[in-house]
Ligand binder design. Structure first.
Ligand SMILES: NC(=O)c1ccc[n+]([C@@H]2O[C@H](COP(=O)([O-])OP(=O)(O)OC[C@H]3O[C@@H](n4cnc5c(N)ncnc54)[C@H](O)[C@@H]3O)[C@@H](O)[C@H]2O)c1
Ligand SMILES: [Zn+2]
Length: 371
């Protein structure tokens, strides 16, 4: 079933349903965290709440969230982890499990993951495993998390040999996205998140794409009303896809648009170079150029995708990649089936097509398109 969108005062909600059992609401608040306690009470009644966050987010928003939860009558157990990808480990999850056991947290107590994708993935993984699962509420505070990682139910930690190798599909009971939380996000992180919004437009919402195209400067100013509209539309695209394919059996692969090359770049740089969204921008632009060359899309569609990413100050090229390293990364990324990769092409603004391409040939074409 497709997600439904319901306006509600300053906020609005999108309902995501996978089948008759799994349903949750994504609430979008133009303001701060008002209403979070009520949302928690609705999906996980009780006296306590666990708040998992990172140091940066805690500094900016910790007290507002704690005050809101305490006003709702909750005793709050705060667990603050260092910011950044290195916190996504089993060791860090182990420390969180320890804290939950020591505090005697029971099965009905909700865990709120307040932060970006790192906190969402780590907190989600801990919620999915502690006592075989406690209620999870995602409170995403990066643009990337709001439009992407907080919805869809993928949780994970990294392994020394690869990213996101240990994890589970575990759906949140609710998602609460505050537009005000994005005000404190560093500029580079915000722009990186916009790459995923552009991706969402290309996959399934031409109007979203056109709104950004019409006034990129307004998007960069983070005007709350416009921002809420963009976030709502972008996550509706993702919610629609995952609603039809919650466990990633096929259709969900459209979300990989631009990600084949992006993951390769991140891997080649050891996850210390481009931010994920910046790598996605290069991947999207390269997929567009490659698709134009192959006749899978028009020159005009390709031009518009690159131009919008550039208007957001995002990189669209990565010269100097070698075919060998990209090919190795594609194979390691488990992107291949036999000798081929299922490549997602931007056929139009708002629609994609799949193409099977031999891995060696795809590596060559992506390197050329990115140069
Ligand atoms: N589960 C999924 O489906 C999924 C999808 C995409 C990405 N991810 C994962 O998401 C992670 C990346 O997420 P991210 O880009 O949000 O990175 P992140 O969580 O590391 O956040 C980026 C930085 O911004 C800071 N920050 C977060 N919110 C802030 C705010 N409101 N104000 C000020 N600073 C703030 C963080 O402390 C961090 O330093 C990766 O680990 C990736 O694997 C998961
Ligand atoms: Zn992504």
């Amino acid at each position: 079933m497709a997600p439904r969108d319901r306006g509600r005062g300053r906020g609005s909600a999108i309902r995501v349903s996978f089948d008759t059992r799994v349903k949750y609401e994504i609430r979008l608040e133009a303001g701060g965290f008002d209403g979070l306690a009520a949302e928690v009470a609705r999906v996980a009644p009780g006296r306590r709440a666990v708040l998992v966050t990172d140091r940066n987010v805690f500094e900016h928003h910790g007290s507002a969230v704690r005050t809101e939860l305490e006003r709702g009558g909750r005793e709050v157990l705060e667990l603050v982890v260092p910011a950044g990808e290195p916190s996504k480990t089993v060791a860090r999850a182990g420390k969180l499990w320890d804290a939950l056991v020591r505090a005697g947290v029971d099965r009905s107590t909700p865990l709120l993951a307040l932060g970006g994708g790192v906190v969402g993935d780590l907190g989600g993984f801990v919620a999915s495993t502690y006592l075989r699962g406690i209620p999870l509420i995602q409170v995403p505070t990066t643009l990337l998390a709001q439009v992407d990682s907080a919805i869809g139910g993928k949780t994970a930690v990294d392994h020394a040999l690869g990213k996101n190798l240990i994890g589970a599909f575990y759906q949140p009971r609710a998602v609460f996205a505050s537009m005000a939380a994005l005000e404190t996000l560093p500029d580079r992180e915000y722009r990186a998140g916009l790459a995923e919004v552009v991706k969402a437009g290309v996959i399934g919402d031409a109007e979203l794409f056109e709104r950004m195209e019409a006034d990129p400067a307004a998007v960069l100013e983070r005007r709350p009303a416009l921002l809420r509209d963009l976030v709502r539309r972008a996550l509706a695209v993702k919610a629609d896809v995952v609603s039809h394919d919650p466990n990633e059996t096929g259709l969900r692969a459209v979300l990989n648009l631009g990600h084949t090359l992006a993951h390769a770049i991140e891997k080649i740089e050891g996850y210390r170079g481009a931010l994920h969204g910046e790598a996605v921008a290069i991947g999207l632009a390269s997929a567009a150029r490659l698709s134009k060359r192959r006749g899978w899309t028009s020159a005009e569609v390709s031009r518009r995708i690159c131009a919008l990413l550039e208007a957001f100050g995002l990189p669209t090229r990565r010269p100097g990649l070698t075919v060998e390293e990209v090919q190795v990364a594609l194979v390691r990324d488990k992107k291949t089936v036999g000798d081929s990769v299922r490549f997602v092409a931007p056929a139009s603004i708002g629609g994609t097509t799949f193409h099977w391409v031999p891995v060696a040939s795809l590596a060559r074409q992506l390197v050329a398109a990115a140069a």
